[in-house]
Design a protein around this ligand. Structure first.
Ligand code: FRU
Length: 349
């Protein structure tokens, strides 16, 4: 039931054009079947109120910003945004407050082509909001987050037709115990299926929350953030994947992105693969760069890329994102690349 990292999950999308030298042209926006090949992202949705500042403000000062904008935020939500831009059929699942922000969020999802049909709209609570200060001088993003009074999604809320999904991605939340039950449902669903028809799962361990530890052996791919790794005493991406690999399940892969130091991945029992970061030149906006990396990684693996190619692609997309405001410019960026594929399968789910 476990997928090796080389398994052609992406064969469902039939997007790999195999060439004689076993290299394939990776095309990011081929038509895909929304009914069976969807990528589902679960986790946080909030409104990011972003102030673009010349410099980081002084305390107790009164000043003008260059611009202010609202953006859909939250790790899982951002990952869904980038997946959609990359051409993947994508759905976001979470709770959404029935507050004045709902109209903005709903319209924006519709514009982005992201399905939210299974979301739970919750009355009488406030929407999570982040105030984000972007500094043009340093490229830093400072986030002040209010999680509001919106409850987390529970296992009971996980009422989806699992037959619709090729991949389910979880941003690890404080409600990780509920997410473990959802992951168990997916494992049970997979148990009776042929390897090519199974749902691939991933979890993101980003914030240093004790509850997240229970997710590490429950998915096929485990994304460890630099913050999570350093909080656990690992000070390089390689040390991080080597330190966490014993905790992941058989057949799984641990992945770690380390900002300007690139990214690496280690399938259990196999060597570590490291790739360098790809810099955009000028850093404009790093908000959601990690979420972008995760999206690009999932997308590339879904398309059947081998780990090294997927890591290179993810570093490229995350680097490009840091050189632009928000995510939508990725739509107009040349992100095609030569992806090495193991060429083991074809066809759609
Ligand atoms: C970026 C982000 C923002 C959000 C914050 C929540 O990774 O998801 O969109 O405001 O982190 O921690």
């Amino acid at each position: 039931m476990f997928l090796s990292p080389q398994t052609k999950i992406g064969s469902r999308n039939a997007a790999i054009i195999l060439q004689q030298n076993s290299f394939s042209l990776f095309s990011i926006s081929e038509p895909v079947n929304m009914e069976t090949n969807r990528i589902l992202c679960l986790g946080k949705l909030c409104v990011d109120i972003i102030a673009e500042c010349e410099d980081f403000p002084q305390e107790d000062s009164d000043q003008r910003c260059k611009r202010q904008r609202w953006q859909r935020g939250g790790n899982a939500n951002n990952t869904s945004t980038v997946l959609s831009i990359l051409g993947a059929p994508v759905e976001y699942l979470g709770t959404i407050a029935n507050s004045h922000e709902l109209g903005f969020l709903r319209d924006d999802y519709q514009r982005a082509g992201i399905i939210i049909d299974n979301c739970v709209i919750v009355d009488n609570c406030s929407c999570p909001v982040s105030l984000v200060l972007l500094s043009s001088v340093s490229g830093s993003r400072t986030i002040i987050h209010d999680s509001g009074s919106l409850p987390e999604l529970t296992h009971k809320d996980f009422q989806v037709d699992l037959g619709s999904y090729a991949w389910v991605h979880f941003e690890g939340r404080p409600s990780a115990a509920e997410q473990v039950k959802m992951l168990r449902d997916i494992d049970n669903h997979n148990a009776d299926l042929e390897e090519n028809d199974r749902i691939t799962t991933s979890v993101e361990l980003e914030k240093n929350r004790p509850a997240l530890a229970q997710l590490i052996d429950k998915a096929d791919y485990v994304f460890i953030s630099k913050d999570y790794a350093t909080a656990h005493g690992f000070y390089s991406k390689e040390d991080a994947v080597e330190g966490f690999v014993d905790k992941i399940r058989e057949g799984a892969t641990v992945i770690c992105a380390w900002g300007e130091d690139g990214a690496c991945a280690k399938p259990k029992g196999e060597p570590t693969i490291s790739v360098p970061a790809i810099s955009p030149g000028t850093i404009i906006d790093t908000l959601g760069a990690g979420d972008t990396f995760n999206a690009a990684m999932i997308h590339a693996l879904c398309k059947g890329a081998v780990l090294q190619s997927a890591l290179t692609f993810a570093c490229k997309v995350a680097g490009e994102k840091c050189g632009m405001k928000g995510f939508s410019g990725l739509r107009y960026t040349d992100l095609s690349f030569e992806a090495e594929s193991d060429g083991s399968s074809s066809g759609s789910k």
